[in-house]
Design a protein around this ligand. Structure first.
Ligand code: HEM
Ligand code: HEM
Ligand SMILES: [Fe+2]
Length: 475
């Protein structure tokens, strides 16, 4: 059969709309990351036009929003495949997509052109709430809740009507938790300890519990599609991970309660449970690599074609196995005990972990889903990696690893000089900030950021053109 230009289901088409906006926001994230990194080295760059506080805010907000878009897109994409039917309220789904996209555009324009406001309720409602990662103003919060309720209704109604798989059951329950937690971030109080307490319910419980469960489910789905993994095996792993993630991830929240004015019993709770957090990540790692290798071995023995159905997606899935384990598990574990965290807290070490964890655990697998979207759109039986696919994964991964190493070195220097030697005073911060190790690390972060961005251009080129590659096999 020939290359077609159509999705089998409208729900998959809607998923691809979400993917498109996600890729655009990913690009915006990188550009604003580069601007922030330049400002670290040349503080006068764009001074008074677009200050560091604004560029940094857009960098990390674009990050969270593109990932949420890509997750919603992935659910709309796999929904008809898993349930066997078209999404029930597809018209409403499309309408909500446009409402959400319009709201995101308005929020970003306000961030860029209005930037800050007086310390009044009006600023919280119309400009920004000023809470890292979820800075969106109150009106947008309410809009997001409405859109998400519509999305939940759509997925639930479809799943109830169609076939119910283990993957679907996990996604449905996870989405309730994911959406519910967002409400905790809308609670506003001017007591800074209480504010931080609830803020972490969104930030930690998202990335270390509900998002991890979501990518576990996406990995399970993708492995079935890409390497024909056995459903019973991947779903068994999925259930184990869900049980472990909810066990360690929820009380692991304690590692953010060490120094914000919460009771001291959080030291023990946080230390114990967050130290257990890497366990499910090892499970995921094994899940991806073991299933892939096992299926390949079984089939090779029986003489079946074992080549993957979507090589770029498989490459990104494998990097997800490694990345999640390294970024969240290893770099997270480094600083999760209070005895260590008292020195590393809020240093560049935290930024090193933040970059590698968000990238390794989420950017990788969501990029794999972009490739699944391309495969579905053009009805390609076997999607083959091109030169651009390989350049994209190599440069992006190499760039992010390079940034992580640079930031880790900077963090180490801060721990030694600002914290251990000079006793964490205000002066000590600046002494450490002016060391050669710090300034060189900041240069390397920028260089590696540029490498990442070049890789991103290859990714965009590839997503736009890979369907035309003569190496692909059609049905
Ligand atoms: C994919 C999962 C994860 C992501 C995306 C992630 C991301 C982040 C980010 C962005 C921060 C900085 C927050 C801020 O701005 O204050 C952070 C902080 C932290 N993370 Fe993670 N993390 C993940 C998993 C983990 C795991 C599994 C552990 C422990 C084993 C961990 C331990 C920590 C600790 C201790 C801090 C506080 C650092 C400080 O005191 O400055 N993280 N994480
Ligand atoms: C062009 C590449 C990039 C550059 C130059 C860059 C640069 C930066 C800079 C300068 C900051 C502010 C750090 C600070 O306040 O000290 C930052 C924060 C952050 N970036 Fe990036 N970034 C890039 C790509 C990424 C990617 C690919 C991800 C994840 C997928 C990411 C996730 C984050 C996170 C989570 C933070 C907040 C970290 C924290 O507060 O601990 N960035 N980035
Ligand atoms: Fe955490």
């Amino acid at each position: 059969m020939q290359r077609q230009n159509n999705f089998k289901y409208e729900s998959q088409k809607l998923g691809s709309w979400y993917f498109t906006v996600a890729v655009i926001l990913f690009g915006a994230q990188l550009v604003l990351g580069l601007v922030s990194a330049i400002q670290f080295i040349y503080p006068s760059f764009l001074y008074d036009i677009l200050d560091f506080s604004i560029t940094r805010m857009i960098h990390i907000n674009a990050l969270v929003v593109w990932m949420v878009y890509a997750m919603i897109g992935s659910v709309y994409y796999l929904l008809p495949d898993e349930t066997g039917i078209e999404t029930v309220g597809i018209g409403m789904g499309k309408l909500l997509f446009w409402i959400l996209t319009l709201a995101v555009t308005v929020v970003v324009l306000v961030y860029i052109f209005i930037q800050v406001g007086p310390a009044t309720q009006a600023t919280i409602w119309l400009i920004t709430e000023g809470r890292e990662y979820i800075e969106a103003p109150r009106w947008a919060d309410i809009g997001i809740v409405v859109v998400v309720l519509g999305f939940l209704a759509n997925t639930f109604l479809t799943a109830l009507k169609g076939r119910r798989t283990g993957i679907m059951t996990v996604i449905l329950s996870d989405m309730i938790a994911l959406a519910g937690l967002y409400l905790a971030g809308m609670y506003f109080t001017d007591n800074i300890s209480m504010d931080q307490y609830w803020w972490w319910w969104v930030i930690h419980l998202w990335v270390e519990a509900t998002w991890e469960v979501m990518v576990g489910a996406l990995a399970a789905y993708a492995l079935i599609k890409v390497v024909d993994a056995k459903r019973e095996i991947v779903e068994m792993w999925l259930w184990i991970e869900v049980a472990m993630l909810f066990g360690s991830g929820i009380l692991g929240l304690g590692h953010h309660y060490f120094w914000i004015g919460t009771p001291e019993y959080w030291w023990e709770i946080g230390a114990l449970f967050s130290a257990l957090e890497p366990m499910p990540l090892i499970g995921m790692f094994v899940h991806v690599l073991y299933d892939w290798g096992k299926e390949k071995g079984l089939k090779e023995n029986s003489g079946v074609d074992t080549s993957s159905n979507n090589t770029p997606a498989l490459l990104w899935l494998i990097s997800n196995g490694f990345g999640n384990f390294l970024g969240a598990g290893v770099w997270g574990f480094f600083h999760t005990l209070p005895q260590v965290n008292i020195y590393t807290h809020g240093t560049q070490f935290t930024a090193a972990h933040g970059h590698l964890a968000f990238f390794g655990a989420y950017a990788t697998i969501l990029t794999a889903m972009f490739y699944m979207g391309i495969q579905g759109k053009y009805g390609i039986k076997k999607l083959r990696a091109t030169f651009a696919s390989k350049m994209a994964i190599f440069l992006i991964t190499f760039g992010v690893l390079g940034m992580t190493v640079a930031l880790t070195i900077a963090g180490y220097e801060q721990v030694l000089i600002a914290r251990a030697q000079l006793g964490a005073t205000w002066d000590a911060f600046f002494v450490a900030q002016n060391q050669l190790w710090m300034s060189q690390a900041m240069d390397w972060r920028l260089i590696m950021g540029i490498v990442t961005t070049v890789g991103f251009f290859y990714l965009v080129k590839d997503l736009l053109t890979i369907s035309k590659s003569p190496k692909n096999v059609y049905k």
